[in-house]
Design a protein around this ligand. Structure first.
Ligand code: AMP
Ligand code: DBH
Length: 536
């Protein structure tokens, strides 16, 4: 039986086919098409090894054949947890070829996350790495086998030496591929989420392939593209916007970095003459501050995409002058909708907006708290539906009732405005708001003002409980390495008041810290910051 998901209504599905968005091809066509014309082209490299398209295709078929021999079959589910490595893509395509839908955990996920994915998905298979502390002995694996009866196979890649995973994919053998239905769930994306338990996002072959192919075109990828994947490989951004899959679509090469730090990335950029990459804003800031003195040749870079969190205007302005390449802002979500600034956008739009949707059939509603459309150009809650935006979290009927309106529009939790040009500007999240006794503060608005101060490197503002007002605001501040003035709460309050903002927006508390905690993909982890108040 196919894996369940909430389908698109038939009239919309028909429109998406008629317009050519849904091609009724499985995601595995990305490799097959390269085999015909570009089989010796380098698909993947990681600094030590590289594999051609022919090898990537052969290895993933070999692994699929070996999994089939173990009794794994179409419509099963799986959990993959691998670092940024060639084996991630071999495993991903092996499962797609077999019609097994994986969820790909981030490498820094720990047992709580992995167990809850297993809980939701009831996988028959886990592919993991002994580089992760949970899998460097058998304890956790045994626990999983005991707890999840569904589980039949756990394959741990030992990374060095002769692992079971390598043995399987290096052994050339006949693979009898099942027929895949492009309307089926191909795999599950992870939601950043706002609820206690993680939510899984079913992505079909048809909808995901469309987002990949259209993104590759928007970003002008071609066979000469050398893309550095520095963010966690399974994340929607480096996987599909246009990410590694977009690069495979055009026959370019993906180079894998362990992480987005300048130390990990700059030498790879020089060595492989990287043309494109994707970063989150904190990583971009590191690149900007290390580019000059690092002594690497970064001139091959043509485009740096930045997304995942709001990029401040002052940082956006530095990209071209310091890194000598074009900036593209990307506002996307694993649930679907992705917006890009375009190559031919004016510089103002590139610096000041988060781009416009991929598809002419991405429908955007911007509504107020009552769900009514706001006047054009006004900030409101973003609702969207379209040819690659999902229709429901996996097995989450209650949450889905909240997350979708009755026309099937998904509510992303973002506060945005749309300019006459169609570009969206992200102004905050309705979850990321401080309600100060009835007065609302958009945290990002105040953060951006503080970021304009030369001595501040990073800032995050979160709510803290207050017995009178319900909530107050606290700004966690990370100073630049060599501040020119001695900053204090007093100085910063004065600075903000001088900029002319409402008094209630001035943070009630400033806390100076060495670094902000980050989530798995490198966003500021506000939940962790809020938790510091609960412990007091
Ligand atoms: P996730 O749920 O992890 O897929 O994260 C998606 C969310 O990240 C979006 O709904 C936005 O809140 C945020 N996001 C992604 N890209 C941007 C961006 N360029 N600017 C502001 N927020 C962003
Ligand atoms: O933050 C995201 O989830 C994101 C950002 C940029 C994303 O999913 C994407 C591009 O596809």
């Amino acid at each position: 039986m196919s894996i369940e998901y909430t389908p698109w209504p038939t009239d919309l599905a028909q429109r998406y086919r008629e317009k050519g968005y849904w091609q009724d091809k499985p995601l595995t066509c990305l490799l097959e098409e390269q085999l015909a014309t570009n089989s010796n082209g380098i698909a993947l490299a990681d600094g030590k090894r590289s594999v051609s398209y022919q090898q990537l295709s052969q290895y993933s078929s070999n692994l699929a054949a070996s999994l089939a021999q173990k009794g794994l079959k179409q419509h099963d589910t799986a959990l993959i947890q691998l670092p940024n490595c060639i084996e991630f893509y071999i495993s991903y395509f092996a499962l797609l070829k077999l019609g097994i839908a994986p969820v790909c955990a981030l490498f820094n996920h720990q047992k709580t996350e992995l167990q809850s994915y297993c809980e939701i998905l009831q996988p028959t298979l886990i592919i993991a790495s002994s580089m992760h502390e949970l899998f460097n002995d058998d304890q956790f694996t045994h626990k999983l086998f005991n707890r999840f009866n569904c589980l039949s196979t756990v394959i741990v890649d030992h990374h060095k030496g002769n692992s079971e995973l390598k043995q399987a994919y290096l052994l050339d053998q006949q693979f009898n591929a099942p027929a895949l239905n492009p309307s089926d769930v191909a795999f599950f994306q992870l939601s950043g989420g706002s609820t206690g338990t993680p939510k899984l996002i079913p992505r079909t072959h048809n909808d995901y392939l469309y987002s990949v192919v259209a993104s590759a075109e928007i970003c002008q990828l071609d066979g000469e593209t050398r893309y550095l994947c520095a963010l966690p490989a399974p994340h929607n951004f480096p996987l599909s916007s246009p990410g590694a899959l977009g690069v495979f679509h055009v026959g370019g090469s993906v180079v894998l970095a362990a992480d987005p730090s300048p130390t990990s990335c700059f030498s790879l950029i020089e060595h492989y003459q990287i043309t494109h990459t994707a970063l989150v804003p904190p990583a971009l800031q590191l690149w900007l501050s290390h580019a000059a003195q690092a002594g690497y040749d970064l001139t091959s870079l043509k485009l740096i995409q930045v997304g995942g969190a709001k990029l401040s205007i002052s940082v956006a302005e530095q990209v071209e002058p310091i890194l000598g390449c074009q900036l593209q802002q990307v506002f996307g979500m694993a649930e679907g909708l992705v917006n890009y600034t375009r190559h031919d956008d004016d510089i103002w739009s590139v610096i000041n907006t988060q781009g416009k949707p991929i598809s002419p059939d991405d429908e955007i509603k911007i509504v107020d708290e009552q769900g009514n459309d706001v006047p054009s150009g006004t900030v409101g809650r973003l609702l969207t539906r379209g040819p690659y935006t999902f229709r429901g979290y996996y097995k989450s009927p209650l949450h889905n009732a909240d997350a979708f309106d009755d026309e099937g529009f998904y509510s992303s939790g973002d506060l945005v405005k749309q300019l006459p040009s169609g570009h969206l500007v992200v102004e905050g999240r309705d979850k990321d708001q401080i309600n100060r006794g009835g007065e609302k503060i958009a945290a990002e608005e105040v953060e951006n003002l503080l970021l304009g101060h030369d001595d501040i490197a990073h800032v995050a503002i979160v709510s803290m409980p207050d017995s009178t007002l319900g909530e107050k605001s606290c700004a966690f501040i990370v100073l630049q390495e060599n501040p020119t003035t001695k900053l204090s709460a007093l100085v910063l309050r004065k600075y903000l008041r001088q900029l002319g903002i409402a008094d209630f927006k001035v943070p009630d508390k400033f806390q100076f810290v060495a670094a902000l905690p980050l989530t798995a993909v490198g966003k500021v982890n506000k939940k962790a910051l809020r938790a510091t108040f609960e412990q007091q």
